[in-house]
Structure formats: structure tokens, C-alpha cells
Design a binder for this molecule. Structure first.
Ligand SMILES: *Cc1c(COP(=O)(O)O)cnc(C)c1O
Length: 477
């Protein structure tokens, strides 16, 4: 399998070669040259597989330059019941991503039973093991530098903790996360995890990461890497649970299923799109946004208009407070039929702070072939949906999952099972749950007193020289 850049001006590479990298050198994103296809016979065979077998069936087609026995071992080590058992007490954790039936043809897909209680653990835990493996093979080590305002940073730290050839330097705004989220990260005592609280906002953290990455000498000298949402291995790992859920809610491969996906960077729903391109019988993909509705606007109007950071609203589904959907270019590449010149042209406008409109070229009409629909929700919608799920289905859901359920129900069709992806657990967003239901969500076992444990965090000004000096001091620890 060769991977090509969406912008057509970068070398073709294998899975292992793009694993540790970020953007392609031409600024585009890597995609498989063609998607592997699962035939009806293969899908029939996959129906009875467990999560690990399914992950191997899918990922061995995408990561075909990793020794199959090694890939299988990495998958088996990652997707264990022990790792993915932090959810509701009555869940069937042996399924890794169990479906929870709310009523006929309406399901929640539990993706947030991993160590940080958000769906990012599904891909990130595998990434941690893939990184360790690839670095061992190459005899290298890496210093991951990232910025987080919540779920990504903690998922990355829990995936990389204790890995002998990886260090994580994670910047977070001093006052930008919930106490629970801070405690999740700052209580990690592993020597290879460095938490840095920055006196500033998330954008200051992000700018520091960009400045360090643009310092090419520093980047090379200290082997600086990233684990952001454009990482192809993360997208690839996320395709697996679409297959798992499809088989769980159908009896035969003649049936179709719709998925509703709480979206920010378009990584999760992009994986659904790719699962469909590989042959999974997906009826509709439903993109749910909060008040930061860049993606909803696009799927309604054909205009993609990323917003400036200052225009991004702080909402009660904060992990979707995103004004530029970094994986969106992958979908547009497919929409254009992999017309790399056209993609490069469109993103020339975006990278210059502008927008594009796909109506005039007729491209917007083509979206019909991909059956993607969208909707947005507000704080009041989230509160109402959390209450509805609690009263009607006795199921407590978090604010992000509520965005997905609300928009999913608006696009539901009779006779087509609708699967709503659960992207975080309620326990992670206690204040919102208390506001909606007047109760404190139950904490998974072992996390009851998380905030009282000793914390390990360095506080720093939003100063590029300071973070560079800090990395230089610790890069060989
Ligand atoms: C990251 C995240 C999202 C958005 O996922 P994308 O892949 O960026 O679209 C939604 N909900 C939660 C809880 C998240 O952590």
C-alpha cells in the first residue's frame, strides 16, 4: 500500500514511513493510493470476529509493511478488556466497544471506556504501541510536543506513559481545563511524561508548539514529533469500530446502518467515511457539531469557512470547540476524485485565512454520493438531550455524545438502525451533568479521589525560549 499526499507534491510512502510524521512535505495529508475493498464474502467472514481479529483484518490491509505477526501482537496487546473497562458497570467490556441499545434501531456505541474516558483512547493506545515498535526497529527515540485543552493530551500521555523510547511534553493552559482533566494528566508520575502548565490560553500553547516545530534545527536536534489528529494511524485505527458496531446491530450484510458522530477535527467521521469506502454498508454519516458549526455550515451550503481562533466559542462540549477541521482535507480529496491540483488550490485559500465554496464548480452536488448530513446543537439542546436520555432510556451521556444524539435523531430514518458514537463519559464533565440532571455522575472505580493525588506539573510563561530550554534539559532523561 502506497500513501499519497492530498496535494500531490510529496513522495509516496508506506504506512510505517508516515506513522511518526505529521503533514506531508507539501502541506497535504497522506491517504492510501486506493482504499482496500472488503468483498461480500469477506464481510460475511468478519461478522463473527472479535474486536482484535477485526482490527487485524482491517489494519493489516492498511499497514501492510508491518510484519503481520508483529501487527497482530501489537493489536492484541492494545485492545484488552483490562484497558477498556472504565465505563458503566453493566457494560460488556469483553466487546471492547459495546453497543448499548436505547430502543429498537437506536444505539449508543461505547467508545469511551478507555483509561481517559474519551474515544481518543481507541486510537491513541494503539499509536503508543506502534510508536514504541517502530522506534525500536529504527533504534531511535522521539520527544513528542503537544498542546491540549482536554482530551487529546491526556489520551496521548496515557498511551505513551512508560514507553522507553518516547517522552511527552504536553502544554496546557493554566486555567483551561476542568479540575478532573487537570488531575488526569498532572497526577501521572511516569518519568517520561512532562506536564507544562502555560500562563496563557490554549492558543498560546498551540503557538509555542508551532514555533518550536518551525525551528528546524531544534526540531532535528531534539527529534521533536507530534501525535495530532491528522496522524493517519489514528484515523485508520478508528475505522475498526465502525465495522464492529455495524456487525453488532445487524443480522446480515444486506442491511444498512447510519452513524451519528460528534465532530470537531473531522477525524472520527473521516474514519467512518473510509470504512464505507472499504465496503462497509453505511447508509448515512451524520456530522454533529456544537455552536462551532464550521462543518455543519459546509454540509448545508457548500461553503467551508474556517474561523479565526478569536471567533471560536467556548461551549459545554469543549472538545468540539474547533474552528478549522484538520482532517477535512482527506474527505475533500475523495470528493474531487483525488484531483490533487484542485485540493492544493482550495487549501491555498484556506491556508491564507480564506474560505472556499464548492457550489459554483458543481462539486457540492457530488456530496450526495457520500450521503453525509449534518446539524448543530446549542447548550440548551445538550441539556435537554442529556435529560431526555436519562429519563427515557436511564442512560447518562456526556455533552459531546448529547450533540451527536440530538442531531442524529433529527436525521433518523425509519427502519435504518442509528448508531450514535459516545465520544466521552459523563464523569468527565461533571459540572454540565450537574446542571442538566442535578446529580453528580458516578466515577469509574479507582478515579473517585483523583483530584487529591499528588500532581507533577511545571508552570511556565508563554515563552518559546523557555520551553526549548526545558526540552533541551530533559530530552535525554
Ligand atoms: C476529540 C473529540 C471530539 C471530536 O472528534 P474529531 O475526531 O476531532 O472530530 C468529540 N468529542 C470528544 C469527547 C472528543 O474528545
Amino acid at each position: 500500500m502506497r500513501y499519497l499526499s492530498t496535494r500531490g507534491n510529496a513522495p509516496a510512502l508506506t504506512f510505517s514511513k508516515i506513522l511518526l510524521g505529521g503533514l506531508a512535505p507539501d502541506g497535504g495529508l497522506y491517504l492510501p493510493e486506493t482504499y482496500p475493498q472488503f468483498s461480500a464474502a469477506e464481510l460475511a467472514f468478519m461478522r463473527d470476529m472479535d474486536y482484535r481479529q477485526l482490527a487485524f483484518a482491517v489494519l493489516s490491509r492498511l499497514a501492510d509493511d508491518i510484519e503481520p505477526d508483529d501487527l497482530r501482537a501489537l493489536i492484541d496487546k492494545t485492545y484488552t478488556t483490562a484497558t477498556y473497562s472504565h465505563g458503566r458497570k453493566d457494560s460488556d467490556f469483553s466487546q471492547i466497544t459495546p453497543v448499548r441499545k436505547l430502543e429498537d434501531d437506536l444505539y449508543i456505541l461505547e467508545l469511551s471506556n478507555g483509561p481517559t474516558l474519551a474515544f481518543k483512547d481507541m486510537a491513541m493506545q494503539l499509536l503508543g504501541n506502534l510508536f514504541e515498535y517502530a522506534l525500536d526497529q529504527a533504534g531511535q527515540d522521539i520527544n513528542i510536543l503537544g498542546a491540549t485543552s482536554g482530551d487529546t493530551g491526556s489520551a496521548a500521555e496515557y498511551a505513551m506513559r512508560g514507553k522507553h523510547n518516547v517522552r511527552v511534553f504536553m502544554l496546557s493552559p493554566v486555567a483551561g481545563m476542568t479540575r478532573f482533566q487537570q488531575a488526569q494528566m498532572y497526577t501521572l508520575q511516569d518519568a517520561n511524561i512532562f506536564n507544562i502548565a502555560v500562563r496563557g490560553v490554549f492558543d498560546d500553547c498551540q503557538d509555542m508548539v508551532k514555533s518550536v516545530s518551525n525551528d528546524l534545527d531544534f526540531k532535528a536536534k531534539y527529534r521533536i514529533g507530534a501525535v495530532n489528529s491528522i496522524n493517519w494511524a489514528r484515523v485508520a485505527a478508528q475505522t475498526v469500530y465502525y465495522f464492529k458496531a455495524y456487525f453488532a446491530v445487524t443480522d446480515s450484510n444486506e442491511q444498512q446502518v447510519s452513524f451519528s458522530v460528534p465532530s470537531g477535527n473531522f477525524g472520527n467521521v473521516c474514519a467512518g467515511h473510509i470504512a464505507r469506502m472499504m465496503g462497509l454498508p453505511v447508509h448515512k454519516l451524520i456530522v454533529a457539531t456544537n455552536e462551532n458549526d464550521v462543518l455543519d455550515e459546509f454540509f448545508r451550503t457548500g461553503v467551508y469557512r474556517p474561523r479565526a481562533a478569536a471567533e471560536t466559542l467556548h461551549t459545554s462540549s469543549p472538545s468540539m470547540d474547533i474552528s478549522k477541521a484538520s482532517n477535512f482535507e482527506r474527505f475533500i480529496a475523495d470528493l474531487t476524485g483525488r484531483d490533487t491540483a484542485q485540493v492544493a488550490e482550495l487549501w491555498k485559500a484556506v491556508d491564507a485565512g480564506g474560505s472556499f465554496d464548492l457550489k459554483p464548480s458543481g462539486l457540492f452536488e457530488q456530496i450526495r454520493n457520500y450521503a453525509i448530513e449534518s446539524g448543530a446543537s446549542s447548550h440548551a439542546d445538550r441539556m435537554r438531550t442529556i435529560r431526555m436520555a436519562w429519563e427515557k432510556y436511564s442512560t447518562m451521556i456526556d455533552t459531546h455524545t448529547a450533540d451527536g444524539l440530538k442531531v442524529g435523531l433529527e436525521h433518523r430514518e425509519a427502519g435504518i438502525p442509528l448508531v450514535c458514537l459516545e465520544t466521552a463519559l459523563a464523569a468527565k464533565f461533571e459540572d454540565s451533568i450537574r446542571e442538566a440532571l442535578g446529580v453528580r455522575p458516578e466515577r469509574p472505580a479507582g478515579l473517585e479521589n483523583l483530584e487529591t493525588l499528588p500532581q507533577r506539573v511545571e508552570t511556565m510563561n508563554a515563552d518559546v525560549a523557555a520551553i526549548q530550554a526545558y526540552i533541551a534539559r530533559h530530552a535525554n532523561d
